[in-house]
Design a protein around this ligand. Structure first.
Ligand SMILES: Cc1ncc(COP(=O)(O)O)c(C=O)c1O
Length: 412
């Protein structure tokens, strides 16, 4: 893997053996355990190379052709390339690729459209909303008046009647659709209709699904939302970062909301890496990858359900699924600990209508490694065996080692 290659070139090891050891240990962890965290992936060596490129040294406040610093000709070229590739990939009139993260993108979207104290209707956090959708611990909950919609207790699907009723009652300035844990496609046309009825903006937070949209396996929010916020990591498989898409009429407001309102200098090495990722995501190989990600998630969901876990909505349309391990006699938090000890890394998530916490799993990383549906079925059985206490963690670790040995994240 690239980080190992750099270390093998002895640059970091000679200069800073202490940090080199830490990076090698992380490389080892990533390649010998199963990365089932729904938000993670393995960026390509080309993306990692761009991140470690000389653009990491460059200051470039402003936008291409209008910078506050000199020497920006190549920074401008990299940013223009990233913007053009993003626009083409998502069919958007305007793209801002400077947001440092998904949260920064959401902050900028709010800054472009809202004033402090405005009412916003978004998915409630216990139902799958992100921190930036109204958590009191976050700028969103502190500066705006959030109203939360949720999912139906029976079906686990977004409660459309509730969305409509809350919109009519609270007349929000913006409606947000998008989630950290919702496993089904989001009906953007429905949210557009609700927003239009009450005169609200529609913000799509597509942090999780944007890679599936790029791979043409999930519906695009671009034709419906006033602003689309996204991350460039996760399924999209780029560097950690954010992105905003919108129409021409909001382009100036969005750009000013990113810089100078919420950010300073753009991270040009990350923008270069975003350009690489957008280029990769436009290929037929990426579309095939996206299809495999969803097929794997469906098989994993079916496997877990067959093993007795309560899978929310009974399956998934995306790369992620959530499940309650309670039927196996274990709560989400202890399940995560037991699975980590067995070499299976995943997250806990809120259970909207249950007690305690569930598990959230994703297939973006294991699919990048080349694993397929046979491996998903095996992972589901292994996971359930560990949770039932029938598979010792040492035996599970050996199975995980066997799998990751056959499917290394960075072959060769
Ligand atoms: C729906 C949603 N919005 C925003 C974010 C924030 O992204 P970041 O962690 O890059 O700030 C996430 C991250 O998981 C997310 O899932």
């Amino acid at each position: 893997m690239p980080v190992t290659q750099t270390l093998e070139a002895d640059v970091l090891r000679r200069q800073d053996p202490e940090l080199a050891e830490i990076l090698l240990a992380e490389a080892h962890r990533q390649s010998t355990t199963l990365q089932l965290t729904a938000a993670e992936n393995f960026a390509s060596p080309a993306v990692l190379a761009a991140l470690g490129s000389p653009l990491a040294n460059k200051y470039a406040e402003g936008y291409p052709g209008a910078r506050h610093h000199g020497g920006c000709e190549f920074a401008d070229a990299a940013e223009r390339l990233a913007v053009e590739r993003a626009r083409a990939l998502f069919g958007a009139e305007h793209a801002n690729v400077q947001a440092h993260s998904g949260s920064s993108a959401v902050l900028a979207a709010y800054a472009a459209l809202l004033r402090p104290g405005d009412t916003v209707l978004a998915m409630g956090l216990p139902h799958g909303g992100h921190l930036t959708h109204g958590s009191p611990a976050n700028f969103s909950g502190r500066w705006f008046d959030f109203v939360g919609y949720g999912v139906d207790a029976e079906t686990g699907l977004i409660d459309r009647d509730q969305v409509r009723t809350l919109a009519r009652a609270h007349r929000p300035k913006a409606v947000v659709c998008g989630s950290i844990a919702y496993p089904r496609h989001i009906d953007h046309a429905f949210f557009r209709e609700v927003a239009d009825e009450v005169g609200a903006y529609l913000i799509a937070d597509a942090a999780h699904t944007v890679g599936l949209v790029a791979g043409r396996v999930a519906p695009s929010p671009v034709p419906y939302a006033d602003i689309v916020c996204a991350t460039t990591h996760k399924v999209l498989r780029g560097p950690r970062g954010g992105m905003i898409l919108c129409g021409d009429e909001l382009a100036g407001r969005v750009d000013r909301a990113v810089f100078p309102f919420t950010q300073g200098g753009a991270q040009m090495h990350t923008i270069a890496a975003k350009a690489v990722a957008f280029g990769e995501a436009a290929t037929p190989a990426f579309a095939a990858y996206a299809r495999r990600v969803v097929a794997n998630a469906r098989t994993l969901a079916a496997g877990l359900a067959a093993q007795g876990l309560a899978v929310t909505t009974g399956g998934t349309d995306t790369h992620l699924l959530t499940a309650d391990p309670a039927p196996l006699g274990v709560d989400g938090r202890s399940a995560r600990g037991r699975l980590a000890a067995a070499g299976m890394v995943l997250d806990c998530c809120a259970l909207p209508h249950g007690d305690g916490r569930g598990l959230r799993l994703g297939t973006a990383a294991v699919t990048t490694q080349g694993m397929g549906e046979a491996e998903m079925t095996r992972i589901a059985a292994l996971l359930a065996g560990v949770l039932r206490g029938r598979t010792e963690s040492t035996r599970a670790r050996a199975e995980v080692r066997e799998l990751t040995g056959r499917f290394p994240p960075y072959p060769g």
